[in-house]
Ligand binder design. Structure first.
Ligand SMILES: NC(=O)c1ccc[n+]([C@@H]2O[C@H](COP(=O)([O-])OP(=O)(O)OC[C@H]3O[C@@H](n4cnc5c(N)ncnc54)[C@H](OP(=O)(O)O)[C@@H]3O)[C@@H](O)[C@H]2O)c1
Length: 387
């Protein structure tokens, strides 16, 4: 029986697929948006080459993976009846990682994070009724805690329906958790809430750049409109994925909800800019927190213009509430479960920024056409041998 994983062409989902493949034995049912199996394989190669070379990727595809060509927002993922039935019959646990992170589009967030999550829950219900579901793991976000200021938020105190949210992303992710509790109460389920996921503490490479680019725009400023001793809760992707994979595979995790965060060990802006200045030989910025209001109106104005400045400004605009809230998320549950805390951002921020700048905030993915057809295995994959 297989683990059904959504979002494997995305950043965190690629870590989950790689972690399940290298550390565990179960086959994976992957939902991939593509028209053909070949297109799906190419999309998976783009996301998974961050984790392994072509030989392991080929083994992953050919020995442990079944690809379902579907979309979360279509009824039964838009799968033909026999494919959907095969998915239900072969799934005995679910990790739902896919989402729309488009904080500016209410429509996208509603369609993917609500309608799509409901489709995944319905699939889980059918699998539970058919032969039982071992676990349903749902990747949520700390943003479900809504508007906060100067707080340390625990898992059980995060959801407060009377509180406003910063954006449709946060609102729809909050309701996604609610649907899960209501509709799969009889299925063992776990909710994971990552904080800001930035980079990998083991290496400089990343394939997700939005938050890196917002951070880069900030650290280039000689004057920061922030309070120097405010903390920012950043966690590396390798820690987040290690936690999700380990806890999903446990028979009885201690808790139902986990913050995947740096918690009270989060660093201050001053600690981060000092570390970056030290590593890069840059000047330390000045902190003028009273400029926050002016800064946010300037960012608003710039984000409506054209070009790369506008792009940086529009990223800062959507992330600004999460930079300004001085709120961290208690991580004692996950630290106890894994026996380790996440690496501090200052220990890997500089190589991450350097890699991102050198590559102009794009992952230098090797295209499928560069795999080469010099071995029978490669030809078989490129020619469409079924994974
Ligand atoms: N990154 C962070 O800082 C962060 C922080 C907290 C929580 N999270 C949570 O972590 C999860 C993964 O985020 P991420 O950063 O990895 O995002 P990402 O890189 O944007 O990946 C999103 C994934 O969802 C898939 N998806 C979106 N719409 C879909 C649809 N209609 N049908 C099927 N698949 C669809 C995407 O597929 P395509 O490749 O086809 O678009 C992609 O595989 C999300 O649940 C997010 O809320 C992320």
């Amino acid at each position: 029986m297989a683990i059904f994983l959504t979002g494997s062409t995305g950043y965190l989902g690629s870590y989950l697929a790689a972690g399940l493949f290298t550390g565990h034995r179960e086959p994976l049912n992957l939902l991939v948006r593509a028209k053909t199996q070949q297109e799906a394989r190419e999309r998976l190669w783009t996301s998974l080459q961050l984790h392994f070379g072509f030989p392991e990727f080929h083994e992953f595809l050919s020995t442990r993976t079944r690809i379902f060509l579907g979309d979360l927002t279509a009824e039964r993922f838009g799968l033909p009846d026999d494919e959907y039935r095969a998915l239900v019959d072969s799934t005995d646990s679910v990790i739902h990682c896919a989402a729309s992170l488009n904080r500016k589009s209410e429509k996208q967030c509603l369609n993917v994070n609500l309608r799509g999550t409901l489709e995944v829950i319905q699939l889980a219900r059918r699998a539970q009724n058919r032969s039982g579901l071992r676990r349903y793991s749902h990747v949520s976000t700390v943003a479900v805690a809504g508007k906060r200021r100067n707080e340390v938020v625990t898992e059980d105190a995060a959801i407060d329906w009377a509180r406003s949210d910063y954006d449709p992303y946060a609102r729809t992710k909050k309701f996604g958790e609610h649907m899960l509790h209501q509709l799969l109460a009889d299925v063992p389920h776990t909710i994971f809430r990552p904080a800001i996921v930035l980079g990998d503490s083991r290496r400089p490479e990343t394939s997700q750049f939005d938050m890196v680019q917002a951070f880069d725009a900030l650290v280039r400023l000689p004057v920061l409109p922030l309070r120097p001793r405010d903390k920012i809760d950043i966690v590396p992707a390798n820690y987040v994925s290690k936690a999700i994979v380990a806890i999903h595979q446990k028979t009885e995790p201690a808790h139902r909800i986990y913050h995947l965060s740096s918690g009270t060990g989060s660093q201050t802006y001053e600690e981060l800019t000092d570390a970056l200045a030290g590593a890069g030989g840059w000047r330390r910025p000045a902190y003028w927190p009273w400029m926050g209001g002016t800064f946010s109106s300037t960012v608003n104005w710039l984000s409506n213009r054209k070009g790369s400045v506008a792009h940086g400004a529009s990223l800062l605009k959507v992330f600004w509430p999460y930079l300004d809230w001085n709120t961290v998320f208690d991580n004692s549950r996950v630290v106890a479960e894994l026996g380790e805390a996440p690496a501090k951002f200052s220990t890997y921020a500089f190589p991450l920024l350097k890699f991102s700048r050198v590559n102009k905030f794009r992952y230098p993915a090797k295209p499928w056409s560069e795999i080469g057809m010099d071995t029978p295995e490669k030809s078989a994959v490129a020619g469409g041998a079924r994974a």
